[in-house]
Design a binder for this molecule. Sequence first.
Ligand SMILES: Cc1ncc(COP(=O)(O)O)c(C=O)c1O
Length: 421
Amino acid sequence: MSSVVNKAGETNSVEKAFSAEDIRKDFPILHQQVNGHPLVYLDNAATTQKPQAVIDTLTTYYTQYNSNVHRGAHALSDRATVAFENARKTVAGFLNANKVEEVIWTRGTTEAINLVAYSWARHNLKAGDQLLVSWLEHHSNIVPWQMAAEASGAEVIGMPVTEAGDIDLAALKELLNPRVKLVALNHVSNALGTVNPLEDIIPLVKAETPAVVMVDGAQALAHYPVDVQKLACDFYAFSGHKLFGPTGIGALWGREDLLEAMPPWQGGGEMIERVSFAGTTFNTLPFKFEAGTPDIAGAIAQAAAIDYLQALDREAVIAHENELLAYSLELAQGFPRLHKIGTAKKVAAVFSFNLDGAHPADVGMLLDQQGVAVRTGHHCAQPIMERFGIPGTVRASYSIYNTRDDVKRLFSALEKVQGFL
Ligand SMILES: Cc1ncc(COP(=O)(O)O)c(C=O)c1O
């Protein structure tokens, strides 16, 4: 949305038509040659590129008001504190959190999940409890639960996935019982792009178990608007760098009553109310979980990234990315050796595939030589690779600034790859 002033001097808001070509202009990194070819960046599920507005926000912070937050008695510190806490409000609004205190800054999704696995899980789990974790998960949403289970004597059970790459709802129903204390699953799979129907799964879980639901939102927010209250999950984690923001920043959203009852997980400055050798009392939410100096610049720049995304027509973003996927499928028809991995009911902007007789790493290297950046391998999601009996895939993942021309470049580069292999 932007504003225009008409001849009568009235300001009107206008919906700007979505144009990936226009958006590209905001991302300086995209305009370069790689290995002698114009860069086609299709590794957005690993990390998205940053618009100039985010880069400028970082520069402004460091050139004009770099200072520590919450503790300074001077103007720069006040300015940094206001910007930092406003950034938290931006995240809370973006997720439709009930309260801003429910947003805890972390280094990213991995740290957010680990926070819950240490603070909530280790204090709420006991021997005999069950944790359901989907087979679609990134290792970040598996390993912390295995560690928490080991510490408590609870058991991690995999939630089966269908041949298409969807969570098997019938099998999930069979697993639900009162011993299930946690269900961990992603909103969107980074390996296959499967969009999990949380609006169906969460009510099912809540009806049959006392479990809290931990959603890994790392791959969702750059594509879909998310409302944590509507989803009725308990925890939602994300990484800023997959959402057009800097690396090193992300957040955990949690339900206030759960967060209030959880003990701190790291000790240090900022998370305390008062420290003495007779005992320490802890700060209130959200600071109780934010020990030490946070990534102040990162948080403020993350808010700028969210503002950038929110200014776009989100429905048009979804339509655009769906079109890139449909175009990929269309062009793939000319490649009999290409097998798409995952044919889930709803897929986000991920095109994961293999070429018969070719190792994904070789395909990736040959694409790179032609300026096309993809990710290859198991994508830190080995269980789902095991489920499909493959060592890995080639993954092209799309974003707001990718165009049909990028997809065409991928497939013409693949034609050459086929010739080589
Ligand atoms: C679904 C999913 N979860 C978690 C992560 C981990 O994110 P981070 O490394 O930013 O903590 C990723 C990163 O690829 C991911 O795709």
